[in-house]
Design a binder for this molecule. Structure first.
Ligand code: ATP
Ligand code: MG
Length: 588
């Protein structure tokens, strides 16, 4: 790593005193018991996510503060205070009670980023029901598959989505008893087999004590992104809230007066853990935009809403980069003080782009659906090594491990050696199972270590570097090549917006590196550019690692959460079946 490229932090980079300033000291002093003490717990013992996120604040001086500010194109902004959220969530919890929904039963939510979705999530948690979010762009089959796997008893959706995506499949979901409709089309009262949510809410009392949940009671069921195969249902307990709180503090540096914007949809774990729960826990006001990505709109929101902390994803950053630097020049971001990203490796080029165009570098962090919260992160006070996902947060014991022949693993102590990224059991938001797949869950562990399925290395300063998913690593002429390194080198070329790299079987060297590239606005593909990119990559990476083939694509196939689906690039290249495409973004 070229030390000149390290982004050094000084006091001038910090607009507010950071929550996390002494890395070694904080890691040493940290215990999960101490972190737990930062929350209130239930009056009779136990812990409940909604109680910590909403009730605690609604009963205190934050009662009238905006918890959420909902934005949409066709309506004025709508602020919902902690007090109002508490009232609405209480009503929703009572609606579930009246329908006979018991603790631990599953409530699925399928809607855009509308207030009712957030109310249903918090009301379900308060009631002790399990929340399972679905992405509103899913088609009927992925919805039915997940509802059946999770044995959903209740579905909260809109009249429009119900008629388009659920109605014809309803008889294929035998466990689904109640469908509660929110009006999008004004048609919630005469669809057979459904109930009008607004009517039920109006008749329900707002008073509702939180369910007596314990840390191990199931709270959330999250399906993984399906990047590497069929999505898995990861189970999380109410105790996960301790991680949400601690990581909101350490990794997102949330302060009480922040205006926070998490761009992830609550259909995914990021949008739930950090778009709903963590900011509420910290009593912060969150911006929720109902609309899809739009470059001018996004810069406009950052500016006009005075966003201070922004949590987004590499795919969004790459889309902004693709549109060039002229558009952001029309906007000012004087309030923005911290930007973080998750979901995929963040190319060094993207980290630096943030610094040049938005005035702040982008801070990468790493976690998974299974980990329930951020595990490894770059945070405001510490230097960034672009391309590194940062260092483990307090309470997180991360290591690089090697697999031994007897099936056990051993920790690789020396720095800069590639191996599987593993986490020592014991953090509160660790998943407690893959629904209906105990065998697969068991295989994720070796002794005390949870094996993440990602390959990485740790450098001598304790920074972790993502190499690739174990499934995506390319074996070429005796070398192990991580796609991320090749993709990042290609992205340094001014014409490249996105790159996805795969191993293509080759009789001589095992696999050759093949890159798929999409270009920035204003560049056209040509044989000349292809050769130039091959040459650029060879110069940057050396002949052994550089791609041998490059193909241009208008866009790369990605999941709805924005991850490049290399397995699809590979299947298409080889003419093989595409496998589970339930999470593939439309047009991919
Ligand atoms: P599936 O498990 O269904 O294939 P998925 O792994 O993409 O899908 P998620 O749990 O949403 O589902 O994503 C977690 C994965 O995303 C990580 O294991 C890692 O491969 C990748 N990832 C997340 N953040 C980062 C990051 N900062 N750098 C590199 N990779 C990341
Ligand atoms: Mg995964």
């Amino acid at each position: 790593m070229d030390s000149l490229s390290v982004i050094r932090k000084t006091g001038a980079d910090l607009r507010v005193a950071p929550n996390f300033a002494d890395y070694a000291g904080e890691c040493r002093a940290f215990t999960w018991d101490r972190a737990r003490a930062g929350l209130s717990g239930l009056p009779g013992g136990g812990i409940n996510i909604a109680h910590e996120a909403v009730e605690r604040h609604a009963a205190g001086f934050l009662r009238d503060k905006a918890a959420f500010r909902f934005l949409s194109r066709n309506a004025p902004a709508r602020d919902v205070s902690f007090g109002e959220l508490s009232t609405l969530a209480g009503r929703f919890a009572n609606v579930l009670g009246q329908l006979g929904i018991a603790k631990g039963e599953r409530v699925f939510v399928l809607a855009g980023r509308i207030p009712e979705l957030y109310v249903a999530v918090l009301g379900s948690l308060r009631h002790g029901a399990v929340v399972c979010p679905l992405f509103s762009a899913f088609g009927p089959e992925p919805i039915a598959t997940r509802v059946n796997l999770g044995e959903g008893r209740v579905l909260v959706t809109t009249d429009l989505l119900y008629e388009r995506k659920v109605a014809q499949w309803r008889d294929k979901m035998p466990t689904l008893e109640h469908v509660l409709l929110v009006s999008e089309e004004g048609n919630t009262t005469n669809i057979p087999g459904t109930l009008d949510l607004a009517t039920l809410m109006a008749a329900a009392s707002a008073t509702c004590a939180p369910a007596a949940t314990s840390a191990e009671d199931m709270a959330l069921l999250h399906f993984t992104s399906g990047t590497t195969g069929t999505p898995k249902g990861a189970v999380h307990g109410h105790g996960a809230v301790v991680t949400h709180h601690a990581t909101g503090y350490y990794a997102l540096d949330l302060h009480a007066d922040d205006i926070y914007w998490c761009t992830a949809d609550p259909g995914w774990v990021t949008g739930m853990s950090y778009g709903v729960i963590a900011p509420l826990l910290h009593g912060v006001t969150s911006i929720i935009d109902r609309e899809e990505f739009d470059v001018e709109r996004w810069y406009g929101i950052l500016q006009d809403e005075g966003v201070t902390v922004w949590y987004t994803a590499p795919t969004a950053i790459r889309m902004l980069m693709k549109c060039g630097a002229d558009i952001p020049r029309k906007y000012r971001f004087p309030n923005l003080r911290f930007i973080a990203s998750v979901g995929e490796p963040l190319n060094p080029e993207a980290v630096r782009w943030g610094k040049n165009v938005l005035g702040l570098p982008i801070h990468d962090n790493w976690w998974q659906t299974e980990t329930g919260g951020i595990m490894i992160a770059n945070t405001p006070a510490f230097d960034i090594k672009p391309g590194s996902m940062g260092r483990p947060l307090p309470g997180i014991d991360a290591a690089i491990v090697r697999h031994l022949e007897d099936g056990s693993v051993t920790v690789i102590e020396e720095p800069d050696v590639e191996g599987e990224l593993a986490l020592k059991r014991g953090w509160p938001s660790m998943f407690r199972g893959y629904l209906n797949n105990a065998e697969r869950y068991r295989k994720c562990f070796s002794g005390d270590w949870y094996l993440t399925g990602d390959l990485a290395k740790r450098d001598a300063d304790g920074y972790f570097w993502f190499v690739g998913r174990a499934d995506d690593v390319i074996k070429s002429a005796g070398h192990l090549i991580g796609p991320f390194e090749v993709e990042s080198a290609l992205m340094e070329h001014p014409a490249v917006a996105e790159a996805g790299v795969i191993g293509k079987p080759d009789p001589v060297v095992g696999e050759i590196v093949k890159a798929f590239v999409s270009l920035k606005t204003g560049f056209a593909d040509s044989e000349e550019l292809r050769r130039e990119l091959l040459g650029h990559a060879r110069k940057r990476l050396g002949a052994a690692v550089a791609p041998k083939e490059i193909a241009f694509l208008p866009t790369l196939p990605r999941t709805r959460s924005g991850k490049i689906m290399r397995r699809l690039l590979k299947a298409r290249e080889l003419g093989l079946p595409e496998g589970d495409t339930s999470t593939l973004e439309a047009g991919g």
